[in-house]
Design a protein around this ligand. Structure first.
Ligand code: C5P
Ligand code: MG
Length: 286
């Protein structure tokens, strides 16, 4: 049906069910569809030429806006909490307090650095941030078909917006839910706005943004893209959901996590740095 689904990186527990969902999305057409995607390590690459790529947080962490001392502290936080985030041996409930702690401590450190808003664009330009291969076709296709794209990220909104802007794909159909910086009158970071979004509370984030889903209430079908088990709840605010196709990037600890990903995502993409499969599915259904 879709040749890209035979790529070696593609794994599915139930191929027939996937085909049924795709058929029903295709029959309903683009006017009934909305796309909800995570940002870090879903729209951006996990690795390139054997080197890890930065998350939106890491773009700041590695930049010249941060003192050496603070970099060391942020690195320590990453080394402590990232293994917990991806640990398949702990439940989400067990992970929750650790995630809140990680994000709170990291945000506090960033605030201490008195980051200037006017320097963010240059920091993103100088960074190794990379969207996945095929990103342009993904964003352009959705814009052309008038399909709304919600980017739902536990990263830093100001930074990820700059990444998509600098890649010329911040089209008018794109909305972002994320952690946004709050700057004082001199353009210096003083806080983060609103309710904190971390990896495992996206459901609460979705339910808080009722207005967005209200606007899209006639779009009952969803294509969801994520890389974490927490991303599976990003569509919990959608009104009267009919069909949902969940595509999950399995980037890290592949063998350890494969079973649980196959149990939760309809299509699992193992160490696949491209948008080939989402693009092919979109071409087929819109
Ligand atoms: O966009 P997404 O929801 O994927 O963003 C969250 C990611 O950012 C997490 O997967 C986490 O590993 C990473 N992160 C980070 N530094 C922090 C907090 C989170 O790199 N201080
Ligand atoms: Mg992610």
């Amino acid at each position: 049906m879709i040749p890209e689904l035979s790529k070696p990186s593609v794994c599915m527990r139930d191929r027939q069910r996937v085909e049924e969902i795709i058929q029903s999305l295709r029959r309903a057409g683009p006017s009934t569809l909305q796309v909800i995607s995570d940002f870090d390590m879903t729209l951006t690459r996990f690795a390139h030429n054997g080197k890890r790529c930065p998350t939106s947080h890491n773009i700041l962490d590695n930049s010249n806006l941060i003192s050496e001392d603070c970099k060391k502290n942020l690195k320590e936080l990453l080394n402590t909490y990232y293994p917990i985030e991806i640990d398949s041996g702990r439940t989400v409930e067990e992970k929750l307090p650790h995630m809140v702690e990680w994000w709170t401590k990291a945000h506090d450190l960033l605030i201490q650095q008195k980051i200037r808003k006017d320097l963010l664009a240059q920091v993103v330009k100088d960074s190794d941030a990379l969207l996945r291969e095929g990103y342009k076709a993904f964003f352009d296709q959705l814009q052309e078909r008038n399909v709304p794209l919600l980017i739902f990220s536990a990263g830093v909104g100001d930074v990820l917006e700059e990444v998509i802007r600098q890649n010329s794909v911040f089209h008018s159909n794109v909305r972002v839910f994320s952690n946004y910086m709050d700057f004082d009158d001199n353009g210096v970071l003083r806080a983060f706005k609103g309710q904190l979004i971390h990896t495992y509370n996206k459901r609460e984030g979705a339910l808080l943004n009722t207005g967005h889903f209200q606007e899209l209430q006639d779009r009952h079908n969803v294509l969801l893209l994520g890389d974490s088990m927490g991303d599976l709840t990003m569509a919990d605010g959608v009104h009267n959901m009919k069909s949902i196709l969940k595509i999950g990037y399995l980037n890290d600890k592949v063998e350890e996590r494969k079973e649980s990903y196959l149990g939760s995502y309809d299509i699992v993409l193992e160490k696949d740095e491209t948008m080939d499969v989402p693009n092919a599915v979109l071409s087929h259904i819109t």
